[in-house]
Design a protein around this ligand. Structure first.
Ligand SMILES: [Zn+2]
Length: 161
């Protein structure tokens, strides 16, 4: 390895460590009372998405589930991300990779564009989720589809814009 590529490698490691610290901080903050929930509700995490993370049946609409999934991305709650995913499309084999990705980016916020419940068992939420990956601002713009499974809402698939 040349001196230069060693330097680049070192820089990458430093960046990864920094991001990890940032996410740890977000996680610690989220567990503190009074700290606003990552989903943007202006409520504390304890009174917002944490309730759904502890009992998924409390997500009464596709929108509530979507928001709690965003917060789970921010906190790296991979078990909740799997649980809230419809079993027919649940990416179990990519669990570890998804977890690493959630923690490698810096989450910047969620913007809901539209939320519709078509039937009591199907709904759609269009949103933008903002994050910084490798120092570059990026976003996911998606119309997500939600279905009820085992009496609670789950994410099944989405169309990216
Ligand atoms: Zn929330």
């Amino acid at each position: 390895m040349s001196k230069f590529s060693k330097l680049i490698q070192k820089q990458k490691e430093n960046q990864a460590a920094k991001k990890y610290r940032f996410n740890l901080e977000a996680k610690t903050n989220a567990n503190r009372e009074g700290v606003l929930c990552a989903c943007g509700s202006k409520k504390s995490y304890k009174l917002c998405c944490e309730l759904i993370h502890k009992n998924i049946e409390l997500a009464k609409t596709p929108l509530e589930l979507m928001k709690s999934r965003y917060t789970a991305y921010v906190l790296g709650d991979i078990d909740f991300l799997m649980l809230s995913h419809h079993s027919s499309t649940r990416p179990i084999s990519e669990k570890e990779e998804i977890f690493k990705w959630t923690q490698s980016v810096e989450w910047k916020g969620l913007e809901i564009l539209e939320a519709k419940e078509i039937q009591t068992s199907e709904g759609f939420v269009t949103f933008k989720a903002f994050f910084i990956e490798n120092c570059i601002p990026n976003l996911i713009h998606e119309k997500s589809r939600f279905l009820k499974e085992n009496d609670h809402w789950t994410y099944i698939d989405g169309i990216h814009s």
